[in-house]
Design a protein around this ligand. Structure first.
Ligand SMILES: [Zn+2]
Length: 458
């Protein structure tokens, strides 16, 4: 039976046994499990009942996956939440993917509870018709592995059953920091092997990864390995600014500086190997007020506000290049590119591709910084145009080396070929070699013709 009693009430009635406090009238919001000492402990069995109940009750939005086993054979559950009646967003584009895990350390209840709540908030919201939740599930897949270390959870210990610290067992600079109990090798434990397998096979393109723990109240971004800021520092700093200004005072720091050097963590693996934007979310370690159990939504309300911000805005956590104009002029191409996202793009090039998507020509590399626009002039001396060629941008969506490459078509309506009207002869353009003059002429007439004035400015 859940009970609720506020701090003030608790102090006023310090001599009153907890059992006599009022019953929680809202069982539905309870964290499933029993009070033990100063916290509520959810066993793996209770979690299993809960997540299977979600899948049974809400099949339209909850897809429950068995993604592996703990060392003692307990199922690792991933709750996948989205509007599964839609394979894509309403506009046909791909849904963003959020990956969350909790419970690496079996004695960190509030961290595990935050992972649980992150799933439950969107399920409850959908059922109640909450517009934020409905929009999120139409545009996003949220994958939550609530309890990664059920063996450790059930015996109230940090380690897994082999006495390994699972959050030092990942294959990113494994065992290269002063550390304890990282395991016999990277991914020696079934729990971390299952987690990385899920990342690599099901959510390799996740747009956000948050791993949840309990400790000092802080959010940590990469790296744990190095004190330097990560390559995508602009993205992390922008998120910090937004969160601290509008949502919560929670400190947000690079893990090495904010905590201590740590290696082989899921956070550094998620960023350094998978290329995800990644946070470790550490709830505070005060657990619940001694002798009382608060409603979980109240206890972790501020943390959930931060999570909702990260999920609502997940579309922005990468570079999103939008070409405003592309002008072909003699042996040069000038493009105006706007970055709609909040990460810088790395290794960007303009490509001219045939109908099979093969690049016929690739420009030199250029950079588009986070949240701004760039005008870039590219040498196009070697470009030969064809009748069916189209333009695309090819780039990495974040700066870290492991980040994903994308090829995104440029809307034909922004492409213009600038004709020098003083000669008015295509033969005068080095852009077109003799064999493609005719093809080029067809293209030029097809393009939106723009006047020469102002078009040559860079
Ligand atoms: Zn932890």
């Amino acid at each position: 039976m859940r009970v609720a009693v506020g701090l003030v009430l608790c102090l006023m009635l310090a001599s009153v046994p907890v059992a006599s406090a009022q019953s929680d009238s809202n069982e539905d919001e309870a964290w499933p499990g029993d009070p033990i000492d100063s916290h509520v402990h959810m066993t793996w069995a209770a979690l299993t009942l809960e997540v299977n109940g979600w899948a049974d009750d809400y099949p339209d939005i909850v897809d429950l996956a068995d993604v592996g086993e703990s060392e003692l054979g307990k199922t690792l559950w991933v709750v996948r939440i989205s509007d599964w009646s839609m394979e894509t967003k309403a506009n046909g584009s791909v849904k963003e993917i959020v990956y969350i895990d909790g419970g690496h350390h079996g004695n960190e209840y509030l961290g595990t509870a935050l992972a649980y709540l992150s799933a439950k908030w969107y399920i409850d919201g959908w059922v109640e018709g909450n517009q934020e939740a409905v929009d999120a599930l139409q545009n996003t897949e949220i994958h939550v592995l609530i309890m990664l270390n059920p063996d450790g959870n059930d015996i109230d210990t940090r380690w897994n059953i082999n006495q390994v610290d699972l959050n030092r067992n990942y294959d990113h600079y494994w065992n290269t920091c002063p550390t304890t109990q990282p395991g016999s090798s990277a991914f020696s434990e079934s729990e971390t092997a299952a987690n990385s397998d899920y990342m690599n096979t099901v959510v390799p393109n996740a747009d956000l990864y948050v791993t949840m723990h309990t400790g000092v109240w802080i959010m940590l971004y990469p790296w744990g390995k190095w004190p330097e800021q990560p390559q995508d520092w602009e993205l992390y700093h922008q998120i910090r600014e937004d969160v601290n200004q509008d949502i919560s005072d929670i400190p947000i720091q690079n893990a090495n500086q904010g905590l201590y050097p740590n290696c082989g963590t899921s956070r550094d693996y998620g960023y350094g190997v998978m290329g995800y934007p990644t946070f470790t979310f550490e709830t505070d370690d005060e657990q619940f007020v001694p002798g009382s159990i608060e409603n979980l939504n109240d206890r972790l309300g501020e943390e959930m506000d931060v999570m909702r911000y990260l999920i609502t805005n997940v579309w922005y956590w990468r570079a999103r290049l939008d070409v405003q104009s592309l002008e072909i002029m003699d042996d040069e191409i000038t493009i105006d590119v706007e970055n709609m996202g909040q990460a810088s793009a790395a290794n960007t090039s303009l490509q001219y591709v045939d109908s099979n998507g093969n690049a016929l020509w690739t420009s030199s590399l250029f950079t588009v910084n986070a949240t701004n626009s760039s005008t870039v002039t590219l040498d196009a001396e070697n470009l030969s145009m064809t009748t069916d060629g189209t333009w695309q941008l090819y780039y990495q969506i974040r700066v870290v080396e492991s980040s994903r490459w994308v090829a995104e078509p440029i809307n034909q309506s922004v492409v213009a070929t600038v004709v020098d009207e003083s000669s008015n002869l295509l033969i005068g353009y080095g852009l077109f070699n003799p064999v493609s003059i005719i093809a080029g002429f067809v293209l030029v007439t097809a393009f939106v013709h723009r006047e020469e004035s102002d078009e040559t400015d860079v």
